[in-house]
Structures are given as structure tokens and as C-alpha cells.
Design a protein around this ligand. Structure first.
Ligand code: ACO
Length: 423
């Protein structure tokens, strides 16, 4: 194993160097504090590797994304979301028999405990579906108590994979005051979700194949993205030994923020504002560049991708395809394309290597499908669940220590206590 040398206060420290299967290099500082008394400082963790992982590989310079070694372009459109979920959770693409059994288990675990319906009644109709989703997922730990037995943990994984779509669809139905629809075992995973979202008891609902295919693709593109904010949250919370449901609920909360999964909703709101402002692109580009203005071009920029986001390319193509097949003409798609063209030629964005990320076009596809804006981030969570589960399982298999970063304290030094009457 090669080493790196760190010189601190005239003393040399030899630090082991770890190299990943794609040649990524990391300096192992796990023993640095014990040896030298110093820690590393990296706010936002931009240069910190928090774990070794065999799940997802990203090369942000080249625009490469692979799940378990398979390029996203190869999986998207060839495999189903359920197949890719299996790949993430179990580490290999399933055989026909393995897939059939997996589908069977996901189908027969999709109903919710009837008592959970009472929870939904407690939420105000204005509740954001993401807060309902994280609450309902956390509540699953009350119905399916924690167990250390591997077969129980595995069953809970299946339960969660099967039930999240039901929880999501019921949240939506609740928010629009419609009766919830039970899962149907004769429909496939994505078709069943669409049926629970859009069917009403008064008339038959037929799942559109165009929409089913498009949603399947979108879910695949969201499955995993290595150590991002929500996934690191899952590993962080899981490292304390918290149960699966509580851990994933924390991941859902982390995803909800506008700088993370919440960006897909924010993009559509931004495009809509630009439209109502008469399509004044230049004004919004200038606002995004102005450091005194908090406005950012939503759906642009990424911590890791400094070239293009391969998922954004696939979603952009899907947006064109789906809108054409549905005969849908969305002025927001034209605004998005204009904005993208202008931004990609602007020095500010070029110098900072800011490209559209996956959220830039996903909202346009969701809109075409009839999915309401406040459900976009829920769609993201549905897609990301297998990734979170894979990362949680890997963290447990690695017998990871509890995650506990250090800090550089900058507050007051020892202060004498002043009794209240003397302050
Ligand atoms: N619009 C305008 N300027 C931007 C944008 C943007 N969308 N993104 C980054 N910048 C600028 C920053 O102001 C900064 O400029 P400076 O160097 O002059 O100070 C520089 O580009 C680097 O940006 P950071 O904020 O340091 O980049 P970071 O890696 O911390 O943030 C993030 C990445 C959060 C994605 C950021 O680009 C952003 O806020 N984008 C908009 C929100 C968004 O689309 N989020 C979804 C991300 S993808 C996902 O989670 C699924």
C-alpha cells in the first residue's frame, strides 16, 4: 500500500493511500488525530470520502454514472425499474426466476396496515406530500418492529420497497380529497402506482403505456448517486443502529430540500415565473450571476458533475419523446431549452462548469404525465429508495462505526459564570 506524507509542525506523518477499482485515490486519515492531534477540515465534505462503496461509480469529469458496474445508458430503456432495484439491493442483475420471485414479493407486500389510514386523517390537506411521506415511513417501524434477525430485516426491506408507492399515492389522494385506491396485484409496479394515483372508484382507469414507460425510465435514473446529501444521511442515521424505516425517513427529509431533490419542484416554479414575466431569460440569467441576489438557476450545477449529467441528457431526450407521443405542447419545455442554451454559452456558467442536472428536465416529464408539482420530489424518493436501501445494507455489512465528525471550535474560551442577578 502506498503512503502520503503530511508534514505538520515539522513532524512527518505517513498516511496510507487507498485506491478504488476505478483508480480513485483517497488519503486515509482515520488515525491522524491519534497520531498528531490534528483533524482535517472540509465543510460540506467536498473532499471527504466517508466510506468505501461497491454500489455506484460516478466520474463527474467524464459524465459517467454506473450502478454496480453497469452504465446508466445501458440500464435505462433496457431494464425495468424493478430489475434495477434488484440489482442495487442484491448486487447483481436477477435471473428470470429471481426477478419473478422479487416481483411476486413486491406485489404481495404492497398493501398498508388499515390502521395507517387514521394517520393520514390527521394531516391538514395543505401538508406537503414529502412531509407526509417521511412521517408515514417512520411510522412503519411501529407496525413492523425492529429485529436483529437477518430474515426479518430482509422482509422489512421488501415491505418498504413494496409499500412506498402505496404510501406516496395515498398521500396524493388525501391532498386532493379523493378516496385512496388499493394496490392491484394484476398490474406491474409502475402501472400499479399510476393506477393508485389516478384511478377513481367511479370509472375504469387504464394505465397509459407511454406514461408507464416514461415513469419507469425516470425512476431508474434516480436510483442511486453515491454519497449525496440524503444517502449520507441514511448512512449517518443508520450508523447509530436506528431501524430501516426511521433511517429511510431521515433520508426522505434530507431529500426534500430545494438544493437536493426539492430542486425538481423549484425548477418548474422558476420556469413558470419566467413565463409569467414575459420570457425574459436575460433577467434571470443576470439574477443567477448576481452575488447579492440569492436567486440561483434551479436545476443547474452539481457538486460532482463538472461536465454534463448523463441523467439530464437521458431525461431531456425523454421529455422530447414523451411530449411528442402524448401530443403535448408545453411552453415550459421551450423556456427550459432557451434557458439552457443561453446559460451554456454564458461565461459565468462556462467558467464554473455549471450544466443542467437531472432535475432540470424531470419536472417537464412529470407535468406531461399529469403528476402535480408537489409530488415531484416524492417521485424522486420512490426512485431513490433502492439506492438508500443498498447503501444502508452495505454500511451494516461493513460494520461501520457510528458516524461522528469532528469540528474546529471557534466560540468563546472558558468564561466565568455570572449569577443571573449580576448579568
Ligand atoms: N446558479 C447560479 N450560480 C450557481 C449555481 C446555480 N444554479 N450553482 C452554483 N453556482 C455558482 C456558485 O454561486 C459558486 O460561484 P462562486 O464560485 O463565484 O462562489 C459556484 O457556482 C460553485 O457553486 P457551489 O454552491 O460552491 O457548488 P456546490 O457544489 O456547493 O453546490 C448545488 C451544488 C447545490 C447543486 C448548486 O449548484 C445549486 O444550488 N444548484 C441549484 C439547485 C439544484 O439544482 N439542486 C439539485 C442538485 S442535483 C440533486 O440533488 C439531485
Amino acid at each position: 500500500m502506498s503512503t502520503a506524507t503530511l508534514t505538520l509542525n515539522g513532524q512527518d506523518y505517513q498516511l496510507p493511500v487507498r485506491v478504488g477499482s476505478e483508480g480513485e485515490v483517497g488519503i486515509d486519515i482515520a488515525k491522524l488525530r491519534v497520531q498528531s492531534g490534528a483533524i482535517t477540515f472540509d465543510p460540506g465534505y467536498g473532499n471527504t470520502g466517508s466510506c468505501e462503496s461497491a454500489i455506484t461509480y460516478i466520474d463527474g469529469e467524464q459524465g459517467i454514472l454506473r450502478y454496480r458496474g453497469y452504465a446508466i445508458e445501458a440500464l435505462a430503456g433496457k431494464s425495468s425499474f424493478v430489475e434495477v432495484s434488484y440489482l442495487l439491493v442484491y448486487g447483481h442483475l436477477p435471473s428470470r426466476d429471481e426477478l419473478d420471485r422479487f416481483i411476486h414479493r413486491l406485489t404481495y407486500h404492497s398493501m398498508l396496515h388499515e390502521d395507517m389510514k387514521k394517520f393520514y386523517e390527521g394531516f391538514p390537506p395543505s401538508a406537503h406530500p414529502m412531509s407526509v411521506l417521511s412521517t408515514m415511513v417512520a411510522s412503519l417501524s411501529a407496525y413492523y418492529p425492529d429485529s436483529v434477525k437477518e430474515e426479518d430485516i430482509e422482509r422489512n426491506i421488501i415491505r418498504l420497497l413494496a409499500k412506498l408507492k402505496t404510501i406516496a399515492a395515498v398521500s396524493y389522494k388525501k391532498s386532493i380529497g379523493q378516496p385512496s385506491i388499493y394496490p392491484r396485484n394484476d398490474l406491474d409496479f409502475v402501472g400499479d402506482f399510476l393506477h393508485m394515483m389516478f384511478a377513481v372508484p367511479t370509472e375504469p382507469y387504464e394505465v397509459s403505456e407511454i406514461i408507464r414507460e416514461a415513469l419507469d425510465l425516470l425512476l431508474i435514473l434516480h436510483v442511486d448517486h453515491e454519497q449525496n446529501c440524503s444517502t449520507s444521511t441514511v448512512r449517518m442515521v443508520g450508523s447509530s443502529g436506528a431501524d430501516l424505516f426511521s433511517t429511510i425517513s431521515a433520508g426522505i427529509s434530507a431529500l426534500s430540500g430545494p438544493l437536493h431533490g426539492g430542486a425538481n419542484q423549484a425548477v418548474i416554479q422558476m420556469l413558470d415565473n419566467i413565463r409569467s414575466d414575459g420570457g425574459n431569460y436575460a433577467k434571470y440569467i443576470d439574477k443567477a450571476k448576481d452575488k447579492s441576489d440569492p436567486f440561483r438557476l434551479m436545476g443547474f450545477g452539481h457538486r460532482v458533475y463538472k461536465n454534463f449529467d448523463p441523467r439530464a441528457q437521458l431525461i431531456r431526450e425523454a421529455a422530447d419523446r414523451v411530449l411528442a407521443r402524448l401530443g403535448h405542447n408545453d411552453p415550459l419545455l421551450d423556456i427550459a431549452k432557451h434557458l439552457e442554451r443561453i446559460a451554456l454559452e454564458d461565461d459565468y456558467f462556462v467558467e464554473r462548469r455549471l450544466y443542467p442536472n437531472l432535475d432540470f428536465y424531470s419536472g417537464i416529464v412529470y407535468r406531461a404525465m399529469g403528476i402535480p408539482t408537489n409530488m415531484y420530489t416524492v417521485m424522486f424518493a420512490l426512485g431513490r429508495l433502492p439506492g438508500w436501501i443498498a447503501q444502508w445494507t452495505e454500511m451494516r455489512d461493513q460494520k461501520s462505526r457510528i458516524h461522528r465528525p469532528r469540528q474546529i471550535y471557534t466560540g468563546p474560551t472558558d468564561r466565568p459564570y455570572v449569577p443571573i442577578d449580576e448579568r
